[in-house]
Design a binder for this molecule. Structure first.
Ligand code: KG4
Ligand code: ZN
Length: 348
């Protein structure tokens, strides 16, 4: 089974991506990023689906050429069924269905959120794969949650955001500072030369493992409005310190709850996943806890953190081995809980 060759397709938001996996090894992982949204300060759904339509064929062709495979070598096709923008998901779903029909190979549906987590099982994602059960802080532009991963397809959300996602907080606060979309990576870069204790912002006080990020966004907005009244150049003069301080606040909020969950559940296998797991301060914060608390940490290779088709191909491979195939009636779904989908336990 391990020499199956699977094509993975991802089109849930603003990246059109295709990847080829053989066994657990990624042979190619190609993405076309849609720059068009930058000028609008966020993803415009209608423009995103149009760009997916333009990109999908060249991206798939490039992934196959890079992997040095032909259509006849493909054992199955995996695609992101949801969650995401419906118009974007429809492009990948329709393409995957048509190709599976014309090549007469199985079609495999993938939950995008499960894929962010299961990216850890790609051969070169980590030095070694996490051991079940592990805790995975899953942080992206649309989701922020602490997931207890009991098995490949047995995941339980133990905490989640009650309002904005962490990536959304980075992006919205970055926008207040006048930064382009997505602001997360820009804040990360600018923070490197800033003082992270220069400013402090209010932190939410929520019980259990839930998060809230709308408070910090409002607190930054009011603070900036007040300071700009006194000095119009306030942002320009303090940009690095502002970015570093905001970043520190967000990472502290994220990590404090993970620490609490790890302690309560007595689990020291801790992973991070999703676009925000590319953040250098979050990666450092994990490293620090590993040293201080004896955690075994799993930080995926950079290219497997933000949206990519390699993670979709990885999940498709796991499902291929279990013969969990979709039929042609499968449809894209904008909402798709991480706890939904196939929950069959892996074989011992
Ligand atoms: O997982 P992802 O690519 O797409 C979603 O499924 O949402 O995550 C995108 C999010 C964006 O909000 C982006 O600003 C954030 O991840 N992000 C970062 C960094 N790289 C991407 N946030 C902070 N620091 C980064 N280095
Ligand atoms: Zn994502």
């Amino acid at each position: 089974m391990s020499d199956s060759i699977i094509l993975g397709i991802e089109s849930s938001c603003d990246d059109t991506s295709a990847a080829i996996i053989r066994g657990n090894q990624i042979l190619s992982n190609v993405a076309a990023n849609q720059q068009i949204h930058n000028e609008y300060g966020g993803v415009v759904p209608e423009l995103a689906s149009r760009a997916h339509q333009q990109n999908i064929i060249p991206v798939v062709e490039k992934a196959m050429t890079k992997a040095n495979i032909q259509q006849k070598d493909i054992s199955a096709i995996g695609f992101t069924r949801g969650p995401g923008l419906l118009g974007s998901l429809l492009v990948g779903t329709s393409f995957a269905k048509s190709l599976s029909m014309s090549l007469d190979v199985p079609l495999i549906e993938v939950n995008h959120l499960q894929a962010h987590i299961l990216a850890h099982f790609i051969e070169d994602a980590n030095d070694k794969a996490p051991i079940f059960p592990f805790i995975c802080l899953t942080v992206s532009g649309g989701h922020t949650m602490i997931v207890l991963v009991k098995d490949y397809f047995d995941m339980e959300i133990i905490g989640k955001t009650i309002d904005d996602a962490a990536g959304e907080a980075f992006d919205k606060i970055g926008k207040i500072f006048g930064l382009d979309y997505p602001a997360g990576p820009i804040v990360d870069r600018l923070a490197k030369t800033g003082n992270d204790t220069a400013f402090t912002f209010s932190k939410p006080r929520l019980e259990n493992y839930d998060y809230s990020f709308s408070g910090i966004k409002t607190s930054v907005l009011y603070f900036i409005q007040k300071e700009i009244k006194k000095k119009p150049e306030f942002i320009q003069e303090n940009l690095a310190d502002l970015c570093a301080s905001v970043q520190k606040s967000i990472i502290d909020i994220l990590m404090n709850k993970v620490e609490k969950a790890a302690k309560d559940l007595q689990i020291n296998e801790i992973a991070i996943a999703g676009g925000v797991s590319a953040n250098s301060a979050l990666r450092e914060a994990m490293q620090l806890r590993a040293e201080k608390l004896g955690w075994n940490i799993y930080i995926p290779k950079f290219e497997y953190t933000t949206d990519n088709a390699a993670m979709i191909a990885m999940v498709a491979k796991l499902k291929y081995d279990r013969k969990e195939f979709a039929d042609l009636s499968v449809s894209a779904t904008a909402r798709y809980d991480i706890e939904e989908g196939f929950t069959q336990k892996s074989q011992p």
